[in-house]
Design a binder for this molecule. Structure first.
Ligand code: S3P
Length: 166
């Protein structure tokens, strides 16, 4: 079994922030983000890939990145795009941790703790909040089902969340 940690969960829940923090003072683990890998492997932003190709094309890129990770990576904390878990058997890549938050809390955090327009511009599937909520509802049980562990992040500080993962 690979010793990677895969962070899964809905857009904006804090997978990258938490993964980065977990690796910051940890010489043993590398931090990776699947959206960043797609952008550097394919030389374009996620927003442009959706706009100039299609979601289906983006999902194929996710599959290729997932299979690359399963073949090549170890000792990593990997923040995954919100739909990445559908692309591959996550267990072949590592231990799966679901970061769970209520939809309304995710949107609240994005609105008040960051630049909401910038966050939405990066994420085509967050543009229409009604559709995003439907997407959230369709995924919430699936995240839970494939996860080895679920961490409810609402009301927990970043320090508390990372300490649960150590
Ligand atoms: C997506 C989530 C995004 C990104 C893409 C699609 C999704 O990643 O992969 O826009 O399907 O939920 P984040 O979860 O990091 O925002």
């Amino acid at each position: 079994m690979k010793n990677n940690i895969l962070l899964i969960g809905f857009m904006g829940v804090g997978k990258s922030t938490i993964g980065r923090m977990l690796c910051k003072n940890n010489q043993d683990k590398f931090f990776l983000d699947t959206d960043d890998l797609i952008e550097s492997f394919y030389g374009d932003t996620i927003a442009n890939i959706f706009a100039s190709h299609s979601e289906e094309y983006f999902r194929k890129l996710e599959y290729r990145v997932a299979s690359w990770l399963s073949l090549n990576m170890n000792n990593s904390v990997i923040a995954t795009g919100g739909g990445f878990y559908k692309s591959y058997n996550m267990k072949e890549i590592g231990k799966v941790i679901y970061l769970k938050s209520e939809f309304e809390n995710i949107i609240k955090r994005l609105k008040y703790e960051s630049d909401f327009t910038k966050e939405v511009d990066k994420r085509p599937l967050l543009k229409d909040l009604d559709n995003a909520k439907k997407l959230y509802n369709s995924r919430v049980l699936e995240y839970q089902e494939i996860a080895d562990e679920t961490i409810e992040v609402d009301n927990l500080s970043l320090e508390k969340i990372t300490s649960k993962l150590r």
